[in-house]
Design a protein around this ligand. Structure first.
Ligand code: SF4
Length: 331
């Protein structure tokens, strides 16, 4: 079994993209995010990409149907489809005499708090005082970069030449010594900043940057505010959430991580896998995808443009300055 056998099998099972990283490319990773602590004898990380079909965003783009992206593009990909493909690929690798440890895109016991994206030492205990505390939270974008599958966009989304920002990622660690892919040398993001201007949560800075070194390369993106993103993507902005309860007070959401139960009560949309994603990745996926499709740089091409009319936005009544989402708030 060589790298090509694994890639061919991954694609035949349903993955759209497959790249391979050698484990030394994770040298320097923070201990709580280092995949080598999951499988210390691993020789290779197989990273799989699954496209989110463009049509999954159609109903949200029109403002009329939000279930497809929430259910199938997010929850079901993470919790059903990707694990099924990973299981079959793990079995294929183990039929060839090597162990295969899946790293699904789920966070049941994450050692990194999403609200701060920092280590949370009280979330769990190290089993021996030396190892990182479980669960290690790998960054799939970092893994995909190390596997040569694409680059970080200004939005901090991972961009591939095939689908731009429109995929979800998982990984399998194996002790099979597979040839790694070269790091990506192309250029996809042109710093157009449409991800910034169309993000409904103002979560991406237009000017400030942050970055890290991966496999010896400096990788940079626009400074990203995870709390603002968490509010926006779950529908915390009334201008982009037609389901928000009439007694919600959006101003009270600010600065709070959106996983809190009080906020969930008033957002009005319960998506599969407890992540409503009702905002539909307006800036980081849709705006970016539209821009990259217009430039003609993506391999997944379409006969027709995704957006042909200005995007919708629910406007407050002119006489409403209460900040409260009464029914009269909406036009
Ligand atoms: S929208 Fe433009 S700046 Fe933002 S990630 Fe996409 S290509 Fe880069």
């Amino acid at each position: 079994m060589n790298a090509n056998d694994v890639k061919k099998m991954a694609k035949s099972l349903g993955a759209d993209l497959c790249g391979i990283a050698s484990m030394d490319r994770f040298e320097g990773a923070p201990k709580q995010q280092d995949p080598r602590y999951i499988f210390p004898a691993a020789k290779s990380a197989i990273v799989l990409g699954f496209r989110i079909p463009r049509g999954y965003f159609r109903g949200i783009e029109e403002g009329t149907y939000f279930a497809a992206y929430s259910g199938m593009g997010y929850g079901a990909l993470n919790a059903i489809y990707m694990p099924m493909v990973m299981r079959e690929l793990c079995c294929f690798i183990e039929d060839n005499g090597y162990e295969a440890a899946p790293v699904p895109n789920m966070y049941p016991g994450s050692s990194i708090l999403f609200k701060t994206q920092k280590d949370e030492p009280n979330r769990s205990r190290s089993v021996d005082g030396e190892k990182p505390h479980p669960d290690i939270l790998v960054d799939f974008r970092v893994m995909a970069f190390a596997a040569g599958m694409g680059e970080f966009g200004w939005s901090k989304m991972f961009l591939t030449p095939e689908f731009g920002p429109r995929q979800r990622l998982v990984a399998i660690l194996t002790d099979a010594p597979l040839d790694p892919d070269p790091l990506f040398d192309g250029k996809i993001c042109d710093r157009c900043k449409r991800c910034v201007s169309e993000c409904s949560g103002n979560a991406i800075s237009a000017t400030e940057t942050e970055g890290i070194t991966i496999a010896g390369r400096w990788v940079e993106w626009g400074k990203f505010d995870a709390i603002k993103c968490s509010i926006a993507y779950r529908g915390g902005n009334p201008e982009y959430n037609p389901f928000m309860h009439s007694d919600a007070k959006p101003e009270e959401f600010q600065g709070k991580y959106a996983g809190n139960p009080e906020l969930d009560k008033v957002l009005g949309y319960s998506g599969f896998n407890s992540s409503a994603v009702v905002e539909g990745a307006r800036g980081c996926i849709r705006a970016c995808m539209i821009h990259l499709e217009d430039k003609g740089v993506l391999k997944n091409k379409f006969e027709n443009k995704f957006r042909t009319t200005p995007p919708w936005r629910i406007r407050p009544r002119e006489d409403d300055n209460t900040g409260k989402c009464t029914k009269e708030y909406w036009e």
